[in-house]
Design a protein around this ligand. Sequence first.
Ligand code: NDP
Length: 283
Amino acid sequence: MSENIAVLGLGLMGSALVGSLLAAGHRVTVWNRTPAKADPLVAEGATRADTPAQAVAAGSLVIACLLDYPSTHQVLEGTPLEGRVVANLTTGRPSEARETASWVTGRGAGYLDGGIMAVPQMIAKPGALILYSGSRTAFDRYEPALAAMAEPRFTGDDPGLAPLLDLAMLTGMYGQIAGFLEAAALVRSAGYPLGEFTASLLVPWLEAMAAQQPAWAAKIESGDHSTEVSNLEINRAGVENLVRAFHEQGVKPDLLLPLKGVIDRRAARGLAHEGLSGLVEEL
Ligand code: NDP
């Protein structure tokens, strides 16, 4: 079904979202603070609005993709929202999403918060995912239209949930990047070809390790941190050894040291017999 959709914010991501909605045959009205960014989208079939209110008046689904929540509030302030569904795909914190949800619903609109797990080039392609939370009714009503941008996944009624899961996924990503950078510095210190190490050794190893994570999650959910794999004492010695090796190679273990700190803290509580999953209790 073709929908009337307003999109506020035509940065790199907002423009990609509009392109996917137009390609799926929706009628899209666009607004951007810097009007010239609408030009290529108007050429593709979007309608230009001179104000956010004009855009919102033309769309029953209002997608916001702006810098941050304060700019979203600025743009929506004073704009009649009655009867609309606002899907806010701006990145932010759970508390901001909850506050924006009550502000928007208080003005007679449905609210969905969204976390975009993709870069603009991935939009409308396999692998792109957008997490949603908030009004299930609004999600069900617009799911087919949302699917034009990326796989839409509803995560729960709490509007803060999609941004929280978005941040959790980014946390996993930054942890992996931190591990890669430390490994790269160590490998480089020995003059070994980094590309070869990464492709033939590190990536397969990380993939094998990632496959263990659902089992770790089950351990954490059960609260049982016993292990038949390797206990904290062994890992403490292992990380201690790593840190010493780094120093000997003239490399700073800065990204590794926080992990060592948490292991030491857990072991100091007399819990060195547990597995690494127990570290979550220290956070
Ligand atoms: P851009 O910097 O390309 O665009 C920012 C947009 O916000 C522009 O439309 C800009 O308008 C607008 N804006 C900024 N401040 C204001 C303001 N005070 N009032 C009105 N409009 C304002 O960023 P992206 O498009 O890349 O990102 C947009 C959102 O999407 C962000 O929340 C980002 O975290 C999220 N996101 C982006 C991803 C990416 O890979 N790019 C990935 C996942 C999420 P103007 O053109 O006038 O400057």
